[in-house]
Design a protein around this ligand. Structure first.
Ligand code: ADP
Ligand code: MG
Length: 687
């Protein structure tokens, strides 16, 4: 499209929804369907039915009690029905003049006197009835249904939907006999005789075909990237006798847990090979992933290569830096090496100095935020990249990191760390391209965190508890919720809480940390808290990941009902890191109806019932479904939109078996298939 083209509002909305290619439009499936194919009589209808009738208007007036509304009575010959509109245009009132025959569609309610419909849709009676169900698409305000419907049908007609399944495969699984074009056409405009339940639960053959296609694309692209990676080369990194790795182990103030030892060995084994490592290290909050990363880094150092460690936020990066510098600097110094530090907020002079350390190889380890992978950063010999809290890290950034290799055809080993475990089934299927190491044990001596649900109306009691903790020399986090649409609201909320707590706790230092604060201020706040001078820290979700202040023993989460389950678990992991008994208070505010929604209730309940990260992940999956579960963690990666890894296990297995055969024997079809389904996004899957 030439740049000068001015897009209409609906066109812009289409772009925003990512509906640009014909295939994207064709794959934009209805949320639900409306049956406008039949006209029924009121006499044959039941309360709660959504029906379409044709009737004559017998009365039409605006009434003012109990509130202003347009009240219209219609008679279809079998019975009468009252149509009520609380907002309406004069033109609508005119179109419903007494005597007019109209076709009305809406949900029937039993009124006192007669049937009622609230805000039904209507149009002049007569005219042809559609022969297919009417699709209702997910859309946004700027994009009217009718416009979108036309666009989708246009895209569907134009899209190249030629079969990409290799010859014969449709026969291996019976439901797949529907060709893609037929399947999509049906899903956009199903014939009225379809059992709607089979569309809703996606068991209909048309759905099966679509899901099989999607899963195949996913498996193909993963396998492809795996093969591409295996063709690449990485330096073999092996620890030296009496080298840094051994020294670090000897210098640690604690014994590694058995789980830490096991995962360290798995990682060391990968590093020693010439094939790039692509491993996810997962372990609950506080399970001690940092030291495992440091041990991996020290192997790289022993082998004469550099390691980069990236964290999603500056606070977290700084925390790693402090910890690692404490462990490693004394050991590195005699070798003429050091730990470098790179962030966006750094002073120019310091940055220049750090950049030259990275470039001349003096920096064995570089720690920082995404600043580590900016263009000016040149490594001398990058051998290993560690990404902490990988799900918070953009996929594009991971790709950029790979481009940092100095020698062509080579790439660094990659270690990703996450505190939100991926359930095994997902790890094996969705992340087929990833090896997983799991720390399934916490270091000894931790006291379990007690979790309590408290209604927001009892804030005063909570303040008292804070006072008591502080009196014992303990520290407290107070986390305010993230309100998706509005950072301003977030801030107002956090600021108000900060003020209220400061007022209620005279003589206690209460700090405020929010996402829009400039980095140096954040840092200053954080170091006041880390050093113990500040007792209470009110924060928006910036402390979500990784912060380690063992003296903090109480975590209050305000509006806990608004947080996701794994987010809550992550937050709770900030306390209970020392020997003191710790608690997590989930403050909840019941909604207007005076009660919480089902899913909020399930989340809060899960938090009280278990502290096990894997169990939390399992329940999260159950509450949210795999699509969203992955979506939240893998921003940028294409999700499974149609298939469900759990429910469609059989199709997944079919796709897993077919993918390698297809890549070997029908590479062009495989290519075409992946391009159709993933478009430009397939590159992301490889990260
Ligand atoms: P996470 O896995 O959440 O990143 P950290 O690496 O921050 O956890 O470790 C949490 C705390 O536990 C740190 O203070 C760390 O020094 C400590 N730690 C790690 N491993 C052990 C161990 N084996 N024994 C005792 N303490 C440990
Ligand atoms: Mg961590």
């Amino acid at each position: 499209m030439p740049e000068t083209t001015v897009l209409s509002a609906p066109q812009k909305a289409l772009q925003k929804l990512g509906l640009t290619r014909d295939i994207d439009l064709a794959l934009h499936l209805p949320l639900r369907y409306e049956d406008e194919t039949r006209v029924v009589t009121l006499r044959d209808s039941r309360e709660g039915d959504t029906v379409q009738i044709e009737a004559t208007v017998t009365a039409c007036e605006i009434v003012y009690r109990p509130r202003r509304q347009l009240m219209v009575t219609v008679d279809d010959g079998s019975d009468t029905c009252m149509l009520r509109f609380f907002s309406f245009y004069p033109s609508q009132q005119k179109a419903l003049a007494v005597g007019t025959r109209v076709r009305v569609r809406g949900e029937l309610k039993g009124g006192f006197v007669a049937w009622q419909m609230i805000h039904p849709s209507f149009r002049p009676a007569g005219g042809e009835l559609p022969s297919a169900l009417t699709p209702v698409y997910p859309t946004v305000a700027a994009l009217p249904q009718t416009y979108l419907r036309k666009a989708v049908l246009g895209g569907l007609a134009r899209a190249d939907l030629g079969d990409t399944f290799p010859p014969g495969v449709s026969d291996t699984l019976k439901p797949l006999v529907w060709p893609l074009r037929e399947a999509l056409t049906f899903l956009h405009q199903p014939t009225p005789d379809v059992a709607l339940a089979t569309l809703e639960d996606r068991t209909h053959p048309a759905w099966q075909r679509l899901k099989a296609e999607e899963l195949l694309a996913q498996q193909l692209s993963q396998l492809q990237s795996k093969r591409e990676r295996e063709a690449l080369c990485s330096p073999a990194l092996v620890a030296q006798r009496k080298g840094l790795h051994e020294q670090l182990l000897a210098a640690l103030p604690f014994q590694l847990t058995a789980a830490q030892r096991r995962v360290s060995e798995e990682i060391a084994h990968d590093l020693g090979r010439k094939v790039p490592m692509h491993r996810l290290l997962q372990g609950d909050v506080g399970s001690g992933k940092t030291i495992v990363a440091a041990l991996a880094a020290s192997i790289a150092t022993d082998a004469g290569w550099q390691c980069a460690l990236m964290a999603p936020t500056e606070i977290l990066a700084e925390q790693h830096f402090r910890k690692l510098i404490g462990w490693l600097d004394p050991l590195l110094a005699p070798k003429g090496l050091r730990v470098a530090w790179l962030t966006g907020s750094q002073k120019k002079k310091e940055r220049t100095e750090m950049l030259s350390l990275v470039a001349n190889g003096e920096a064995a380890l570089v720690i920082g935020t995404h600043a580590v992978i900016q263009d000016q950063v040149q490594f001398k010999k990058l051998g290993l990249a560690v990404i902490d809290e990988q799900h918070r890290f953009g996929v594009a950034q991971r790709l950029a990191l790979r481009a940092k290799m100095t020698e062509p055809g080579q790439e660094p080993h990659l270690l990703m760390m996450s505190a939100t475990p991926i359930p095994r089934t997902l790890a094996m299927s969705y992340y087929a391209d990833l090896d997983v190491s799991t720390i399934d044990e916490l270091p000894p001596g931790r006291t379990p965190v007690i979790t309590k649900l408290i209604a927001d109306t009892r804030r005063d009691e909570v303040t008292e508890r804070i006072r008591a903790q502080v009196a014992h020399g303990r520290q407290v986090y107070w986390v305010c919720p993230l309100i998706e649409e509005s950072e301003t609201l977030d801030l107002t909320n956090a600021t108000a809480t900060h003020e209220a707590l400061s007022a209620a706790l005279p003589g206690v230092m209460v700090g405020l940390l929010h996402s829009r604060m400039p980095a140096p201020e954040k840092k200053a706040m954080m170091s006041l808290f880390t050093s113990g001078q500040m007792s209470v820290l009110v924060a928006t979700t910036v402390i979500e990941v990784g912060v380690d202040v063992p003296n903090a023993s109480l975590m209050v989460i305000e509006h806990a009902e608004r947080f996701g389950l794994s987010q809550l678990h992550q937050l709770r992991g900030r306390v209970g890191r020392g020997a003191a008994a710790s608690a997590c208070i989930l403050l909840f505010a019941a909604g207007e109806a005076g009660r919480l929604g089902d899913s909020a209730t399930a989340r809060l309940k899960a938090m009280v019932q278990t502290a096990d990260g894997f169990e939390i992940a399992r329940r999260d999956l159950e509450i949210r479904g795999p699509g969203e579960f992955l979506g939240a963690r893998q921003s940028g990666a294409p999700l499974l939109r149609f298939a469900d890894l759990v429910l469609d296990a059989q199709l997944l297995e079919w796709a897993r078996q077919l993918a390698p055969l297809m890549l070997d024997r029908h590479p062009e079809l495989a290519q075409k298939h992946v391009a159709r389904w993933l478009g430009g996004k397939s590159e992301y899957l490889k990260a």
